[in-house]
Design a protein around this ligand. Structure first.
Ligand code: ADE
Ligand code: ZN
Length: 326
């Protein structure tokens, strides 16, 4: 069996996926039309041409504009179902989906509308495709901690549907320490803490995420390589990284994929997983990430198996489910 076929067919888990970042241009246009919303691009092709980013903020500006057409429960359902369909094709059998409530509540869409649409899709995906999933509610770090507290409050009636809290959006200038109190409160409510750290921010951001927010996993985390002691600490605490190769390439965190730090991290004993982040914007779902990084770094079948095993091992699935997967 070729390594490409092996990659495509092996059952896998995805641990870093923003549902708003899975919004394909075709579906965006369809939903905009039914909601009578004008998008500032005349066609799918023109919109796709705008997907050229020089940094994280460039991307976020377009990502928030795109998410602005999501209004009804059905919109969130369709968005989420489309992602699950892609999961089925890529042999993803377990996925941890991040959603950004504030991207929607700040526009007047209720928390309930967002989560109900996503939740219905989760239930249908389980029934139709056999895919298990859980939810990570992400706070937007460019907003205030007070705003995040409001979101935490809004989430409480739906607590049984949410496993974890995360932190995303513009990293530089918005360090994890800004969210110390809301993370403490979130953990008290039973949410498992994770955070984006060390994507564009330096190693200090990762130190804060692990020491102050007490995260159980690090989203991206590539820049831990700036600090040998940090790498040791990440390994000592058995924290996995959810790495997103095509995202790192498209957001210019690496110049070419052959310079991507994934293998270097693995060689240092860091537990790495491969993920798509925002597949509609960065050129592919999880299999495309695996295929391109395998080729660029000449990864072996054993490397792929290790990465896939990590995705289950370091997931937040229940232990009995994990044992079933592994
Ligand atoms: N929101 C969606 N994708 C993101 C990323 N890669 N980094 C930070 N925030 C995000
Ligand atoms: Zn992300």
């Amino acid at each position: 069996m070729t390594i490409e076929k092996f990659i495509k067919e092996i059952p896998k888990a995805e641990l870093h996926l923003h549902i708003e970042g899975s919004f394909q241009p075709e579906l965006m246009f369809e939903i905009a039309k039914r909601n009578n919303i004008k998008i500032p691009y005349s066609s799918v092709e023109e919109l796709k041409k705008a997907y050229k980013f020089s940094c994280l903020q460039d991307f976020l500006d377009i990502y928030y504009t795109g998410a602005g057409v999501l209004i009804t429960e059905l919109d969130f359902y369709d968005l989420t179902m489309a992602y699950f369909k892609a999961c089925k094709e890529d042999h993803v059998i377990f996925t941890e989906i991040m959603f950004d409530p504030q991207t929607h509540t700040k526009r007047g869409i209720s928390f309930e509308t967002v989560i109900n649409g996503i939740q219905k899709a989760r239930e249908d995906a389980k029934e139709k495709y056999g895919i298990d999933s859980l939810l990570i509610m992400s706070y937007l770090r460019h907003l205030s901690e007070e705003d995040a507290f409001e979101t935490l409050q809004e989430s409480l009636p739906f607590k049984h549907l949410i496993k974890s809290v995360g932190l995303d959006s513009s990293e530089k200038g918005n360090p994890p320490s800004k969210f110390k109190n809301v993370y403490e409160a979130s953990v008290k409510e039973g949410y498992v803490p994770v955070a984006h750290a060390g994507e564009e921010g330096n190693a200090d951001y990762i130190w804060e995420a692990i020491d102050i927010l007490k995260v159980k996993r690090i989203d991206h985390g590539n820049n831990c390589l700036q600090d040998e002691d940090l790498v040791k600490e990440i390994n000592a605490r058995n924290l996995a990284l959810t790495v997103c190769p095509l995202s790192n390439l498209e957001l210019r965190n690496v110049d070419i994929l052959s310079n991507h730090p994934l293998k270097k991290l693995m060689n240092k004993g860091v537990k790495v997983t491969v993920n798509s982040d925002d597949p509609a914007y960065f050129g592919g779902y999880i299999n495309e990430n695996f295929l391109q990084i395998q080729k660029a770094l000449n990864l072996t079948k054993e490397d792929i198996v290790e990465l896939v095993k990590n995705s289950f091992q370091y997931s937040f699935a229940e232990d009995d489910k994990k044992a079933e997967y592994l």
